[in-house]
Design a protein around this ligand. Structure first.
Ligand code: NDP
Length: 343
């Protein structure tokens, strides 16, 4: 059995989810209530691979909300993620993906130093961040959308916002080795980490966001922002492809311009279908087929019986591991979500 630890992208969405999943006592309650709510196994998820094998998993809502980070509730966030992990392990789940902010909280608050959760000693090999598959899917989205838009990546400038993150650094490794884009712009806040990444890659220009965005043919947005930023379409190149891989979405604006193509990043579609209630609630446009790539990673590990924390720690994702999970992804029927482009 695989597991998915997730959370709603906002308190408002959490109320909707609680009502739809049959937890009316959680609906319409304030942040204070959600801060004290325990994790819940909220859904059963089933899917069948192209190989014919069917697997089943559980979706565990940690009851974490991004608002907790905006309101200095770090300790609550920590408790939420640790409790959800302990819950998954006690339930006997083989491999559980830490979706959305779960792995970010895990790393930023050094939860690897907190193995003991009451009477449960966490076994970290039972968890995966899912970031290797997410990074692979985002890179394939860039590659395939560039083909659809007739963008020659070898002559394109790609800006990665959140470049020093776990997903961002993996995307940069792929873009600079497998796709060999013309210019790679690295954006984040901490300069020392940006310089270290440029050193590791042997390329990449470090630029502030406001200078990088107007230069980019492609923007990959994978910053861990609890709330999306507003950007002005006038300042962007036309055409421009934006792959927004954030959860919650990094882009706060709803840009409507025929030459600005915005794609939800890190989402896969399954060839046969996924049985669940949760995919619609967590925002999949086609819930019977679509799932976050990080969740799909725990499904792939279950299909392949790779019972290991495939994606773990920070900034360790190699191109070889992205290729490995990518092959499993194709084999079991997943493909990257793409945009239809009018010809
Ligand atoms: P990390 O915490 O590892 O990295 C975050 C990156 O964003 C860092 O480079 C950080 O650098 C940068 N960043 C944070 N805030 C800002 C800001 N205000 N302006 C510019 N840069 C910023 O995160 P992950 O790589 O694990 O995750 C990235 C995103 O992907 C998250 O939104 C996450 O929820 C989402 N995600 C999506 C998945 C999917 O399946 N689609 C799966 C897993 C994650 P610095 O601090 O120096 O600014």
């Amino acid at each position: 059995m695989f597991g998915l630890i997730g959370h709603s992208p906002s308190l408002t969405q959490a109320h909707i989810a609680a009502r739809e999943l049959g937890f009316p006592e959680y609906a319409d309650r304030d942040l204070e209530f959600w801060c004290s709510a325990p994790p819940q196994i909220a859904d059963t998820v089933r899917l069948t691979s192209l190989t014919g094998e069917t697997i089943e998993g559980r979706y565990i809502d940690s009851c974490f909300l991004p608002e907790m980070l905006m309101n200095n509730r770090g300790k609550t966030a920590v408790r939420k993620i640790l409790n959800a992990m302990a819950h998954a392990q006690k339930y006997g789940i083989q491999t559980t993906a830490l979706g959305g902010f779960s792995s970010i909280v895990f790393e930023n608050f050094k939860l690897y130093q907190m193995r003991q959760v009451r009477n449960v000693q966490l076994e970290f090999e039972r968890f995966t961040t899912g970031n290797t598959h997410t990074a692979y899917i985002i890179c394939r989205q860039v590659e395939l959308m560039a083909e659809r838009l007739n963008l020659d990546l070898g002559r394109s400038t790609v800006a990665v916002v959140g470049a020093t993150g776990d997903i961002g650094s993996a995307v940069c490794r792929w873009l600079s080795t497998k796709l060999d884009v013309q210019d790679l712009l690295l954006v984040a806040r901490q300069q020392d980490r940006l310089e270290a990444l440029a050193g590791e890659l042997g390329r990449g220009k470090v630029l502030p966001m406001e200078e990088a965005l107007p230069l980019a043919d492609v923007i990959v947005w994978v910053a861990s922002m609890p709330k999306g930023v507003e950007i002005d379409a006038d300042g962007l190149k036309k055409p421009c492809l934006i792959v927004d891989g954030g959860y919650p979405k990094n882009l706060g604006t709803r840009i409507q311009h025929p030459e600005i193509h915005i794609l939800s990043g890190g989402i896969v579609e399954h060839a046969i279908g996924i049985e669940s209630k949760i995919m619609r609630i967590i925002g999949m446009a086609e819930p019977a087929r679509q799932v976050f790539a990080c969740f799909a990673e725990s499904m792939l590990l279950e299909f392949e019986k790779w019972y290991t924390n495939f994606s773990w720690s920070r900034n360790q994702i190699t191109v070889a591991k992205m290729e490995q999970i990518g092959q499993a992804s194709v084999k079991h029927g997943f493909s990257p979500l793409l945009l239809e482009v009018a010809s």
